[in-house]
Design a protein around this ligand. Structure first.
Ligand code: 5AD
Ligand code: SF4
Length: 463
């Protein structure tokens, strides 16, 4: 079995790491940096788990014996950042020639990126992609024993490898992959090319993982997939996402369930009912709009129009009146006119999003939209600013509705600026700071929402 093979490689690496640490008289350290989304965050937990098991010690700076960047390529600026940072790593490696530099993640699934790195960044030791994160120990073993650049990129995943070590960022909350990849091919998006076709994990594997997380003290899980609403659709006699969600609610110890991301085209009534009926499912839905113009939505290949989106939102809001609705919006898609943009503003006004991630369209080579005629940058920037102003005023107005109410807050950390406060999140995903100590971390505490600061609150613990 693949996981057994990988555990053997972890063991082989750990022997080399131990010898080397003995020789140096200090432990070998590693640093993993994650760019991009929650999927990558979750993959990084796997990468860190493998490295720790292989005997490396976690470090919080790039002055480490092994540095790994888990990259993103959804927008061009993510790529630019990685190239910039690589320059810095080159200098560090000059000072420590034994240093191992690895690159993985979405950006590595693009042929032109790998070509550029193997040609012009020869100091990189290891390159792998999104489909073989589980192979880190095997690739590392190769680097440790042969000291030559190891490149292993797969076009498609062959299997879902379960049961490898994991180093979770938080003790009390965790992401859980329920599916990988995407089949939607929105015309601007590179994800289907770098993350491959949609594959769902088996419900029993997901539930097993969540039960074990609950056993470790995890209270909140976030079910992760590019398009969770199509969970299980390719499987024969498959469990639907709503059914899976209800099953997860039955896991004892799990008190909150979130999920990301929903595609409006297949958000079912069954799911809306589950959100409304199941108390553990958080009062928050992230539903990417992308554009309010039906014409642009068609060009984006989103398979819903403005009316369908508005109808969906009104259905959700009447079923779950207290729900927080968040979204993603792209400005400046090829061919977007001022009229199209006005349609987007109109949807934002009508839906009253609690928050919205706004993006300037970024041309991704290989996607259909990259071949379309692109807009003038200054026009796009000006629209972006107008959208941002509207989104921010709507969001702060929505945030205000909680003033004076008592909300359950899962405490995440001691406040970085003021050590007498702790910081946590409500079910609606609002950040709240309130007086309290470290002992509250990981607990769900009732808090009176005292002062709204636009996007977050100051509160006081309620008895
Ligand atoms: N340009 C700008 N934004 C994009 N997104 C995806 N691809 C692009 C692109 N090429 C945004 C979408 C998606 C979010 C994760 O990133 O809004 O929902
Ligand atoms: Fe990209 Fe569309 Fe898939 Fe989301 S649903 S990852 S935007 S192709």
């Amino acid at each position: 079995m693949e996981s057994k093979k990988q555990l053997e490689y972890i063991d082989k690496c750990s022997r080399i790491v131990r010898d080397r640490a003995g020789f140096l008289g200090r432990p070998l350290t590693f640093y993993v940096e994650t760019f991009g989304c929650q999927m990558n965050e979750r993959d990084s937990e796997k990468l860190r788990g493998i490295l720790e098991k292989a005997g490396f010690e976690k470090n919080d700076s790039e002055e480490s014996d092994l540095v790994l960047y888990n990259t993103c390529t959804v927008r061009e600026n993510a790529n630019t950042r990685v190239y910039g940072r690589l320059g810095k790593l080159k200098d560090l490696k000059k000072r420590n020639p034994e240093m191992i530099i690895g690159l993985c993640g979405c950006m590595m699934q693009e042929a032109h990126v790998v070509e550029k790195i193997t040609m012009s960044y020869r100091f990189v030791d290891m390159i792998f992609g999104t489909h073989n994160v589980y192979m880190l120990a095997e690739l590392l073993y190769n680097v440790l024993t042969e000291r030559k650049m190891t490149v292993d990129i797969r076009r498609e995943a062959t299997e879902i490898v379960e049961d490898l070590p994991m180093d979770r960022t938080y003790s009390f909350k965790s992401g859980v992959n329920i599916m990988f990849g995407c089949d939607n091919f929105c015309s601007y998006c590179i994800v289907p090319y770098v993350r491959g076709r949609e594959r769902s994990r088996k419900p029993e594997e997901i539930l097993k993982e969540i039960r074990s997380l609950a056993g470790d003290g995890v209270k909140e899980v976030m079910l992760l997939g590019q398009n969770v609403n199509s969970y299980g659709k390719k499987e024969e006699g498959g469990v639907t996402f709503a059914q899976l969600l209800r099953e997860v609610c039955r896991v004892e110890g799990i008190e909150r369930i979130r999920f990301m991301t929903s595609h409006p085209k297949d958000l079912s009534d069954e799911l809306i009912r589950a959100i409304a009926e199941e108390p553990k499912v958080c009062n928050h839905l992230h539903l990417p709009l992308q554009s309010g113009s039906s014409r642009i939505l068609k060009a984006m290949n989103r398979r819903y129009d403005k009316e369908k989106y508005l109808e969906l939102v009104s259905k959700i809001k009447s079923a779950c009146p207290d729900l927080s609705l968040t979204t993603d919006i792209i400005v400046g898609f090829p061919g977007e006119t001022e009229e199209d943009f006005q349609e987007t503003l109109d949807v934002v006004r009508k839906c009253g999003f609690d928050s919205a991630f706004t993006f300037i369209y970024s041309r991704r080579s290989g996607t259909p939209a990259a071949e379309m005629e692109q807009l003038d940058e200054s026009v796009v920037k000006e629209r972006f600013d107008r959208l941002l102003a509207l989104v921010q005023s709507t969001a702060s107005e929505r945030c205000g509705r909680f003033a004076g109410r008592i909300q359950n807050v899962l405490v995440e950390s001691v406040n970085r600026q003021d050590g007498s406060l702790v910081t946590g999140r409500t079910e609606n995903n609002l950040v709240v700071h309130f007086p309290g100590g470290e002992e509250l971390i990981g607990q769900i505490v009732p808090v009176r929402m005292e002062e709204c600061k636009g996007f977050y609150y100051y509160g006081i613990k309620a008895e």
